[in-house]
Design a protein around this ligand. Structure first.
Ligand code: PMP
Length: 281
């Protein structure tokens, strides 16, 4: 029987199903999902799966979605596919919108489903058991890899906007300042520029590297070391760096004024130097 897909009300063969590249699930991992298994032509634990899907969406502040309608659509799709032993995959993304971290305005969510046959590749495993390895749980502690799994960044940015601010700065559980939601971060402290060292906790920014290079050229002392929130608050200057961000001064953090509340000379000079580099490339 056919393996089918569903996109926002349309049913089609699975191979014909495509989603727009600006789907937020694709761009940011800004999507939730469930997989429902069927046995003997009947989906199992349907109510529980839809309750969890609904909860996932509420936890992420998705717009209100008629979960019953989606459940009915899943049922219809599953009925059409007529696959006895199937995996019904349901993914709901925050919608399709020009790429921007902040939540989009009022747009419909994107609902995608597939029904696929479950093939028991190794029917013995429940008899023989399997082998496994242990691995450090780093979900998702690999911020050095530029993946589209940007949901924490999206949430951080939106929280900043909701608080009337421009951006958010990530701080670890034990108070270490990491980076911005889509930028690296520098502070001027103790007469030196300080930035988080390269590690799995930050993205190795191209702009960060350029800034470090500029500093060495201009003999500006820099330290790549950890610093905490109180040092951030007390810094003379704070600025973000990034490909789109360039050098962006931060003059207020958590309601406190940074330095004298004005754009500092280090940020100004580095922005100039950065643009100079870009023009000369
Ligand atoms: N950190 C994060 C989390 C980012 O998303 C970005 C922007 N891509 C950066 C840092 C800055 O990197 P780059 O200078 O390469 O743009």
């Amino acid at each position: 029987m056919p393996e089918l897909a569903y996109i926002n009300g349309r049913i089609m063969p699975i191979d014909d199903a495509v989603v727009p590249v600006e789907d937020r699930g694709y761009q940011f991992g800004d999507a939730v999902y469930e997989v429902i298994a069927s046995y003997g032509g009947k989906m199992f634990c349907v109510k529980e799966h839809f309750a969890r899907l609904d909860r996932s969406m509420r936890e992420l502040n998705f717009p209100k979605v008629q979960i019953e309608g989606i459940s009915r659509a899943a049922n219809e799709l599953f009925g059409k596919a007529k696959i006895e032993r199937a995996a019904v995959y349901i993914q709901i993304s925050r919608g399709v919108s020009p790429r921007s971290h902040a939540f989009p305005g009022k747009i419909p969510v994107q609902v995608v489903m597939t029904v696929r046959k479950i093939e028991e590749k190794n029917p013995n495993i429940r008899e023989t058991g399997i082998s496994a390895i242990t691995i450090e749980d780093i979900r998702w502690g690999r911020c050095d890899i530029k993946t589209v799994q940007l949901l924490p960044n999206v949430i951080a940015k939106q929280k900043a906007l909701d608080a009337g601010c421009y951006d958010a700065i990530f701080v670890s559980k034990d108070g270490i300042v990491r980076e911005g939601s889509s930028s690296n971060l520098f502070i001027l402290s103790g007469g030196k520029l300080v930035t988080h060292p390269l590690a799995t906790d930050i993205l190795p920014g191209i702009t960060r590297a350029l800034i470090l290079d500029l500093c060495s050229e201009k003999k500006i002392p820099v330290e790549e070391r950890f610093f905490d929130k109180s040092e951030l608050y007390e810094a003379v200057e704070v600025f973000l760096t990034g490909t789109i961000t360039e050098v962006l001064p931060v003059v207020q953090i958590d309601g406190r004024t940074v330095g004298n509340g004005k754009v500092g000379s280090a940020a100004r000079m580095l922005q100039e130097g950065l643009l100079g580099r870009l023009k000369s490339e």
